[in-house]
Design a protein around this ligand. Sequence first.
Ligand code: AMP
Length: 187
Amino acid sequence: MYLLIMGPQGVGKGTQSARLSEHYGIPHISTGDIFRYNIKNHTELGQEACSYTDKGELVPDELTNRIVADRLAMDDAKNGWILDGYPRNAAQVVALDSILADLGTKLDAVIALTADKDVLLDRMQKRAAIEGRADDTPEAIAKRLAVYEHETKPLLEHYQEVGVLKQFDGTGAIEEITNRIISGLEA
Ligand code: AMP
C-alpha cells in the first residue's frame, strides 16, 4: 500500500497514520516528525528547518523534497508506506510524481480526513497543552492553518481528478475512524 494522508492540522493524521501503519505493516513517514527529530538532535538539517517550522511556515521545497526522496528510497519503504504531511504545495506534488516514477511505483490512495473548524481548534489547543510543540503558539497555529487553506487544500482537487482521493469523516472514536478508513480503502 502506497498511501498519502492529508487534511488540516488537528484532524488526526498522525494518530490514524500510526494505526494504519500497524494494520498494513508499512512505515509511517511524517515530514513533520523528521524535521522535529532533526531539530531535537541539533543536526544541520534541523538548524536549517527550525527557523521555518517555529513560525508555522513551510520548509523550502528543495530541502523537503530531498528528505522525502531519501526516505522513500530506504529499504523499509520498498513494500509501501503512509506518507503524512507531504506534499503540501503544488511544487511538492510534481516532485513526488517524479520520486514515484524513479521508484517505479504509484499511489494506491490519498486519504483525506475532514472535520469542522471548531473540532480542529479544540484538538490543537489540547495537543498544545500536552505536547508543548514549539510551533503550537497561537501565531504559528494561525499561520499553519492559512498555509493549509491556500497551498495544501487545493491539492485535494488534483488528487480527485487523478482518481485516487478518498475522503473520510475524521470525527468520532479513534478506532471507529480507523475502521472507516480501512473499509473505504478496501471497498
Ligand atoms: P506537521 O507536523 O506536519 O504539522 O509539520 C510541522 C512543520 O514541519 C510544518 O509547519 C512545516 O514547517 C514543516 N513541514 C512538514 N512537512 C512539510 C512539507 N511537506 N513541506 C514544508 N514544510 C513541512
